[in-house]
Write a protein that binds this ligand. Structure first.
Ligand SMILES: *Cc1c(COP(=O)(O)O)cnc(C)c1O
Length: 465
């Protein structure tokens, strides 16, 4: 393909993208295809000769698009939204065009410097003290793994990377039972082991781990000869939105000299709103590592996960490696690849720059406030449906409910709703029972989109009951 043909197709695809987004409300949200249906339409072997873009694009529309679940659909209420606001998509096109490898400052100075400034813009917007720096990672899972590795190395006096973990005893990490599975996996991969991830029950209105139970677990571990290494707190757990009492947990961590990581992958975006910051993050300052995903609620397209660090040095001591071919000369600069596990890195900060400038913080706050408001209104409407039960009240824009009947009935309702296609929701578990989760967070969703879920749920329920 030459660059003139690229320009021709680039324009076509930009037009296609806008039409796609404008037409989403008329599409079923979840793909309505059976397993294997898409693969069966592709040739078994790769073509020997080149093909025309016309043919490739036509197949994209005919074969691929029917198999897409529309994450940017305004009535996507499943999982957590993974947004792609238009300005960040445009930035992504530029990033793809430049295709710079931004591992070191010198491999694209602008990428490193814009990234540093975006981290600082968000630091201010989210109420973190001066002194916090950070890095953009691909996912919260990677940021959490970096933090868990740092906990491990700090607890071992930075000897684990060199000597391995044999004969080092049991390192222990503490979290609430409401954490995301990425915390378990980080402990697996870091060599800590599932058995050494101590989970504390969530209690109270926001299902927080109790500080006295945490303290008791640490005391028991020390008495048993184990080595406590760190605590992972959450703001906005995936299942039901659980939030830990950040101040109480931090006091335990400081008294015990433990490294702290806060997982706010979803809810972190809402911390740009002063009243939510006040409510959820009054005691956030002091956490050693904090992760939030602008690629969820804030509007940056995937992938873009911000990890804030109170002091970057422990993580650098854990992850920095400098073979000869990566050495740079001249003044000391930030090389972000030393802060993370992968060496290669994309220019993700440009998406944040375009997004934040285009909407301003106030434009982004308005969306998040509306989503929280509308989730509350819908929750109240569902409360009025005969026999329906609100299982967990809204935490920000996430709540859960049950229809009358057993666990199988909950799944039947979820499946029937998703087959209907007007909205998309998913199930979860709470207190040993199946629940139906509902979260509002799509960038273009309106109050009408959200309230429509009430009639869809009611209509589909009537066909089942
Ligand atoms: C989505 C989510 C994660 C995982 O995020 P990735 O970026 O996909 O790794 C972790 N924790 C919470 C609370 C989440 O909502």
């Amino acid at each position: 393909m030459d660059w003139d043909e690229y320009a021709h197709w680039g324009k076509k695809i930009a037009d296609w993208s806008a039409e796609y987004h404008k037409g989403l409300r008329d599409q079923p949200v979840r793909a309505q295809t059976a397993y294997g249906e898409i693969a069966a339409q592709l040739p078994k072997a790769p073509p020997e000769g080149g093909e025309q873009m016309e043919a490739i694009m036509a197949d994209f529309e005919d074969i691929v698009m029917p198999g897409i679940s529309h994450w940017q659909h305004p009535r996507f209420f499943a999982y957590f939204n993974s947004n792609a606001a238009a300005p960040s998509m445009l930035a992504e096109l530029l990033v793809t065009t430049i295709a710079a490898q931004c591992m070191l400052w010198q491999t694209s100075p602008a990428a490193t410097e814009v990234e540093g400034v975006m981290i600082d813009w968000l630091r201010q917007a989210m109420g973190l003290q001066e002194g916090y720096t950070g890095v953009i990672q691909d996912s919260a899972s990677s940021a959490t793994l970096s933090a868990v590795l740092t906990m491990r190395e700090r607890a071992l006096g930075y000897t684990g990377n060199q000597d391995g973990l044999n004969g080092k005893g049991n390192l222990r990490i503490y979290c609430s039972e409401q954490v995301h599975s990425s915390i378990d996996r980080a402990c697996w991969v870091a060599g800590i082991g599932q058995a050494n991830l101590v989970k504390i029950a969530g209690t109270g209105e926001r299902f927080s781990m109790a500080a006295d139970a945490l303290q008791a677990a640490i005391d028991a571990d020390r008495a048993a000869g184990h080595t406590p290494a760190g605590i992972i707190a959450i703001t906005g757990g995936t299942g039901i939105g659980a939030c830990d009492d950040l101040g109480a947990i931090l006091r335990v961590a400081q008294a015990e000299d433990l490294y702290t990581h806060l997982d706010a992958a979803w809810a972190g975006a809402a911390m740009i709103v002063p009243e939510f910051q006040q409510d959820f993050w009054a005691d956030v300052n002091g956490y050693d590592s904090i992760v939030f995903n602008p690629h969820k609620w804030l509007g940056a397209n995937f992938d873009c996960s911000v990890q804030f660090l109170r002091d970057a040095q422990p993580q650098l001591n854990t992850l920095k490696i400098e073979p000869e071919y990566l050495k740079t000369t001249g003044e000391t600069v930030v090389n972000y690849s030393e802060w993370t596990i992968p060496l290669g890195r994309r220019f993700r900060a440009l998406k944040l720059w375009f997004l934040i400038r285009s909407y301003g913080l106030e434009g982004l706050r308005t969306r998040i406030r509306n989503h929280v408001l509308w989730a509350g209104e819908l929750c109240d409407a569902l409360r009025g449906l005969d026999g329906f039960e609100i299982v967990t009240e809204p935490i920000l824009s996430l709540f859960s409910f049950r229809c009358p009947g057993d666990d199988d009935m909950q799944q039947r309702l979820v499946d029937a709703i998703n087959d209907d296609g007007r909205i998309y929701i998913t199930q979860g578990a709470f207190d040993g029972r199946k629940i139906i989760r509902f979260t509002v967070g799509q960038f273009d969703t309106t109050r009408d989109d959200v309230m429509m879920a009430h009639s869809v749920i009611e209509e589909v329920w009537e066909t089942l009951s």
